[in-house]
Structure formats: structure tokens, C-alpha cells
Design a protein around this ligand. Sequence first.
Ligand SMILES: *Cc1c(COP(=O)(O)O)cnc(C)c1O
Length: 393
Amino acid sequence: MFSIELINKLKQINTPFYYYDTALLHKTLMSVLEAANQYNYLIHYAIKANANEKLLRIISHYGFGADCVSGHEIKRALKCGFKKTQIVFAGVGKTDDEINYALSQDIFCINCESLQEIEIINKLALKIGKKQRIALRINPDIEAKTHVNISTGTKSAKFGLSSNELEFIISNKDSFSNLLIEGIHFHIGSQITDLNVFAHLCVKVNSVNKRLLESGFKIGHVNFGGGLGINYDDPENQIPDFKKYFAIFNKNFVHTINQSFHFEPGRSITGQCGILLSKVLYVKSNEKIKTIILDAGLTELLRPALYEANHKIMNLSSKGIETLYDVAGPICETTDYFGRSLKLPETKRGDLIAIFSAGAYGEVMASRYNLRSFAKKYYSSKLLDESNKLNIV
Ligand SMILES: *Cc1c(COP(=O)(O)O)cnc(C)c1O
């Protein structure tokens, strides 16, 4: 994955930093586009996975839409070339300002998650004399079989409308004068690797779709959300099997004419193209274990601390004998670890460490906790920094 030449270049850059392999991003986008086109499925990239403007410009270039979960994400999407008619707006807690902004931008659809939200959007749309297209985000009560902290589709989760709320909407169909209820939306979780979960989802989607169509709703689009996982154990396995993923929906969803079908992949698009590079500050050892202290921590990659996530870690500058190490960050938090008891070659102060699969939910979750600076980003194509100034090729 890393040539000696590349490692030598990376060694010259101040750490920590994100390194984006834009060639891999292009390859991944081609792969998802080709797989989706086979069934005329439409893609809205989930901006929250990585909202880096350079990457967004590449993604929008492929003609994909955007899935946004805040007003600022909508703004960013528009700035980076996504078409307003391909933007969907989800989120369990949209503010009035965000709703007004979405109304003013004439986006494709607002995905609604509660009865109160639907009433508020109706009221705000009435105020400006507009009819707004919305989709009902349904909570299908399905186990995503992923980490509990990224499971969103069970009854106990805050996301989506319950079946009771759906029935209420059906019986009060005509009370939303300024809404066009034209879609249904589902998103059951993230980092889903058991694809049977999506087959189960289809069974629920089929029944909700049927129920609404039979109740006289003109449901023009069905949105299956995102959630396809990536291989964190083996990041060289870089491109998720989009063909297999879409084939499951093609097989298990009862397709209807006059409806379009939408997906919101986030992690599966950008996850593998990003790597966090860090240098070893110190190696300490006690009777139990040796601990590597890196100059990157949960402020650059929160997933291990937040979701007990494992990212593959490599020492790019040592070929020494392997032994066991804990790998920790510098932040004053007990959970600031990237891994425990990992087999790594003998590691010294100054070694360059790569933490893989950091392209999704990495940079975008960065914080300035401990008043650290935000890490810079570099891109594979020419190894430029974010302001295009430093060209160290
Ligand atoms: C987070 C999110 C996604 C993307 O999820 P991934 O697991 O990154 O594919 C898609 N849709 C909605 C509504 C989301 O909240």
C-alpha cells in the first residue's frame, strides 16, 4: 500500500495529519456508480461521514446527490457542487432555522422523524406559501447487528417514526396542507457487515410501501439509507462489494413502477481512502506491557474511544522483531487508545505510524479538546496540503 518513496515523503510532513488517497476514492466511486446503475438506483453520499471539501468536490463530480443532517451540511453540499434537487435532509432534531433554510433552497426532500417535526415543517411551509416534499423516516424495529452505539433502527432508538405514528399520519392524511408526502426513508445503522440485515429491512420496507400506496399516498421514492460496512481488519480490501449489496435489494424489495430508489452510503465511499499518520512520541514500559504514545489521539480519530472500534495500525519505519504493544494517544482521557496488545515491530521514538480506514468519521469528528490544533490534510495525487501551498513531491 505504501511504497518506500511515499513513506519517505510522508516522513517529512509534520504529524499528525490525514492522508487521502484520491485515486482510491475515484475507484470506489466508479465501483458504486457502476453497481447502482445496474438497477437505476440513486446515490446520495452521506456528508456526515466526511465533509472534506476536496473529497466532496470529487464525489459530486460523479453526479451523486447528498444526504445531509444539518443546515451547514446542506450549505457545504451546495458549495461543493451537489445539485439542490439531489439533496435530502434528515436528522432527528432539525431547528426552525435549518428547516427554513431547507425550504428556501428547494431541496429534493426533507426526511421527517417525528409527528411534531412534520407539523412544524407544515407550519413553516405555510408561512411562506410553499408546498414541501417530505419523506417519512420509518423506524422498522430491526437489529442492525452492529455496535450498539451505531444501531439506529430499533424501537428503543430516538430515530424515525414508529408504526403507531405512521398509522396516525395515515388517518390524518389530509391535515398537512403544505406538505407533499412523497417518500419513505429508512436507515437502520452503520458498519453493517451481515448483509442479511438488509434483506430483513426489505421485508419491512415492502410492507410500509404497500400500506402507504394502498392508503392513497403518492409515494414516489423509497430511500433505504446507508450503513454498508467496510473491512477494518484488512484495509487492503479497499472497495466494499457494492454489487452484492445492491443485488440484495434487487432480490428482496418488491419493485414498483413510478417509484425511484435511493441509497445513502457514507462510510463505504470514503472510509478506506483516508489514513491518519502519526509519529511516536514516547515508548514506555511497565511490568505488564509496553505502551506507545503517539502524537495523534482521540481528537483526530474518535472511533476507538467512542465505539470501541479497531483500526489497523502499521509502523511504516521499522522492520524490527515483533512484540506486543498498547498504542495510545496523548490526550488526558483513559479511553484514548487506538489498540491494546497489538503485535508491532520494535518501535522507537520518531517512528511513523499509519492508522488505516480513517476516511469516514475521522476528520469530521475531530475536536480541539485539550486545545490541540486541527490536523492538516494531504492528498495522494500530488501530495499537496489543503491550501495547495506545500508541494513536496
Ligand atoms: C449516517 C447516516 C447515513 C450514512 O451511514 P453510513 O453507515 O456511513 O453509510 C445515511 N443516512 C442517514 C440518515 C444517516 O444518518
